[in-house]
Design a protein around this ligand. Structure first.
Ligand code: 4AD
Ligand code: MG
Length: 463
């Protein structure tokens, strides 16, 4: 007897063998002759395994009524070639064991289409649907592809901390971590006295592992982080989460060009690997979620990314005659409508924008010779907009200190980061990829809340 996952059984060529399969019933049909056809799914594949149960199976008559959608069973029996269309094999049950029932009146996932909004309210059950099964299998394949990309190039995986006392982006949209009593906490000159707090100073959830990544890059070489990051921006959009996963490679001796080249190969390779790993799930997204998904992905994989300076992009946007909600002029941050105009309408391919105005970017980006721009880069893709933000880092001590001051930061708070420029400073670069943004691209899903297991957004942290 072979214990098989549904995915393995569906692919098996060993008809005639005895198998043991376990899972949840998606649907049941009954024939007049007293047979039951169970569609069994255990999450290992999009497809269900058909199980045929007849009166000869011990106890079947007693439990037949309880074999409802959502109930869980163990079946042993013979794997046979299936006469039915659309499936190669089926299982003829010899034994059937009911693990857990699911009340047909109450089980929320009956066989009909549910809205994604409704499924978000039952995030504990949505992984049992076809769409969410496919999403989370693809998310797994994507994570593996990302590790493969870096591991095959000798990058070191660094576990950057989740609790931190420094603000990596210098933008202040952080969640505080405290054990102080909100009511009884002591105020000194109207300020909270954090010396009494668990860490003895103000601590937060990290917005990025970059600064710690730079420590490792400037000692152990090419490295990357891959972990959750947290932003308390109150932006209730379809592209923002309060908790999201970021991958941040950091490379010593890389300039901005090297950085852009790596980012481009990275995107192309991980997409290619996921397409190869999940053909069935990807076909499902293209058929049922968004029929432009495959074409968009092929276009990204097959074409070079366009490189365009911020200044060139602004010129295009100002003269293109398109009506935007937010006006563009040199020095303003680009909005998603601008990014989408460039990638979708104007060029129809991914774009790497680089050399942004210094006043709209973080303190750690290397200042260009013009004094007005910094060596920042954003990778923009059709349908999603920004998926990567990165830069060459400012390795010159004096310029870094000047930039910190300009950004209203106290270098003492970043003393260890500044030290890296004191002792053996080198040119270096890195970038951050938002995992859920790539998931939007891969699945065609419209809302970022639907590509992470348990989304955290303003007013929502259930499950
Ligand atoms: O552009 P960002 O803010 O860059 C950084 O955090 C740098 N420290 C990265 C680095 O150079 N090491 O964020 C990087 C990416 C964005 O391009 C986007 O894909 C994603 O992270 N991202 C978000 N994804 C979901 N929800 C949010 N609120 C996000 N904010 C950023
Ligand atoms: Mg960014």
């Amino acid at each position: 007897m072979q214990r098989l996952k549904v995915a393995q059984a569906l692919k098996s060529t060993s008809v005639g063998i005895e198998v043991d399969v376990r899972g949840w019933i998606r649907t049941k049909r009954e024939s007049k002759q007293g047979f039951a056809f169970l569609e069994l799914n255990d999450g290992s594949s999009m497809g269900n395994l058909q199980v045929i149960v007849d009166g000869s199976v011990p106890g079947f008559a007693d439990i037949n009524k309880q074999l409802t959608t959502g109930s869980s069973v163990r079946v042993t029996g013979e794997l046979k070639e299936s006469p039915a269309a659309g499936q190669r094999v089926e299982v003829h049950a010899k034994t059937l064991e009911l693990y857990g029932t699911a009340d047909a009146e109450k089980f929320p996932l009956q066989k009909k289409r549910h809205s994604f909004e409704f499924l978000r309210e039952i995030a504990h059950l949505r992984p049992r649907t076809n769409t969410f099964g496919a999403i989370f299998r693809v998310r797994n394949a994507l994570s593996r592809a990302i590790h493969n990309f870096f591991q095959s190039r000798g990058f070191l995986y660094v576990h950057s901390p989740i609790i931190t006392t420094s603000d990596a982006e210098g933008a202040g949209a952080m969640f505080h971590v405290t054990t102080l009593d909100m009511v009884k906490r002591k105020l000194v000159d109207g300020q909270v006295d954090y010396t009494e707090d668990f860490f003895g100073k103000k601590a937060s959830l990290t917005v990025s592992g970059q600064l710690e990544g730079e420590i490792f890059a400037t000692s152990l070489g090419d490295c990357y982080t891959f972990g959750p990051t947290f932003r308390a921006e109150n932006s209730n959009t379809t592209r923002h989460l309060a908790e999201f996963w970021m991958i941040e490679p950091e490379m010593p001796f890389y300039d901005l060009q090297d950085n852009m080249n790596l980012a481009e190969s990275f995107i192309r390779e991980i997409l290619t690997e996921v397409l190869a790993a999940c053909p069935e799930d990807m076909a499902f997204f293209n058929e049922r979620i968004d029929n432009t998904v495959m074409a968009t992905l092929r276009n990204i994989i097959d074409n070079d990314f366009l490189r365009l300076s911020y200044t060139e992009a602004v010129e295009i946007l100002m003269t293109c005659g398109e009506k935007f909600d937010y006006p563009v002029e040199w020095g303003t941050d680009l909005q998603s409508e601008h990014e989408r105009y460039l990638t979708e309408k104007k060029f129809g391919k991914p774009i790497i924008l680089y050399d942004y105005p210094r006043q709209i970017k973080s303190f750690y980006m290397r200042v260009n010779e013009d004094g007005k721009t910094v060596r920042a880069m954003d990778v923009l893709v059709p349908r999603v907009g920004e998926i990567i933000g990165g830069s060459q880092r400012e390795e010159r001590l004096d310029v870094l200190l000047e930039r910190m001051q300009e950004c209203g930061l106290n270098p003492e708070d970043y003393w260890w980061y500044v030290d890296l420029r004191r002792y053996g400073s080198v040119p270096h670069s890195g970038f951050g990829l938002g995992l859920e943004r790539v998931m939007l691209l891969l699945t065609g899903m419209a809302n970022i809340r639907d590509v992470i297991p348990f989304p955290r957004t303003p007013k929502n942290a259930d499950f």
